[in-house]
Design a protein. Structure first.
Length: 202
């Protein structure tokens, strides 16, 4: 992600040259031309970084924003399985993950997508906050999650919604990331396990 951000900065500098020349031809002085150029680049880049980067076919960052159903396979107290729901908010510079179960809510504190062995990996740290009635058996904890963002995972699922024309057009335009994301987690309470994110259709 850092490499792509650096390339965006280079493109902005390249784009700034003709914009600066345009304002200079309007017989503005250098200070005013630079000021207007910076303002124009800001107006272009803010909506791009927040939303329109998703439409850029040259941007290889996985689009993982959306709602997910979660399966957690933990090894605590003999092991077991839990279900949860997650929402991932993503812009070009920001990534946030919120996960909820019937007992706790966790919020990401840091998140970053990196390349490992030619594959995108999401690392994020989080804080887990339980509901008051579960605090004793499920106290506040900090954790880290490692997720493999494999774009070879199927994008379309065999559901009525995913077969609809609206859903197919939406997926073609916005090029969503993998339908299924798998990884591992570990916490400050010396617990660990496997976790699977399954993207909701729509």
């Amino acid at each position: 992600m850092i490499a792509y951000i650096n390339s965006c900065i280079k493109y902005l500098l390249f784009l700034g040259i003709p914009i600066f020349c345009f304002f200079k031809r309007m017989e503005l002085d250098y200070f005013d031309s630079i000021s207007w150029t910076v303002s124009a680049l800001t107006l272009i880049f803010i909506p791009y970084a927040g939303y329109f980067w998703r439409l850029n076919p040259c941007c290889k960052i996985p689009r993982i924003y959306g709602m997910y159903d979660i399966k957690i396979f933990h090894q605590y107290n003999g092991g077991g399985e839990k279900t949860a729901q997650a929402e991932i908010s993503q812009s070009l510079f920001d990534l946030r993950i919120k996960l909820k179960t019937d007992e706790i809510t966790s919020y990401s504190t840091t998140a970053n997508i990196v390349m490992e062995d030619n594959c995108y990996i999401l690392y994020y740290t989080y804080i887990k906050r339980p509901k008051s009635k579960y605090e004793e058996k499920n106290p506040i904890m900090y954790g880290t999650c490692r997720l493999v963002l494999d774009n070879s995972a199927p994008i379309f699922t065999n559901t009525k919604n995913s077969r609809s024309i609206r859903s197919r057009i939406k997926r073609w335009i916005f090029k969503p990331g993998p339908q299924k994301i798998e990884g591992v987690y570990w916490t400050s309470g010396c617990t660990k396990g496997d976790i699977t994110f399954i993207r909701r259709d729509g």
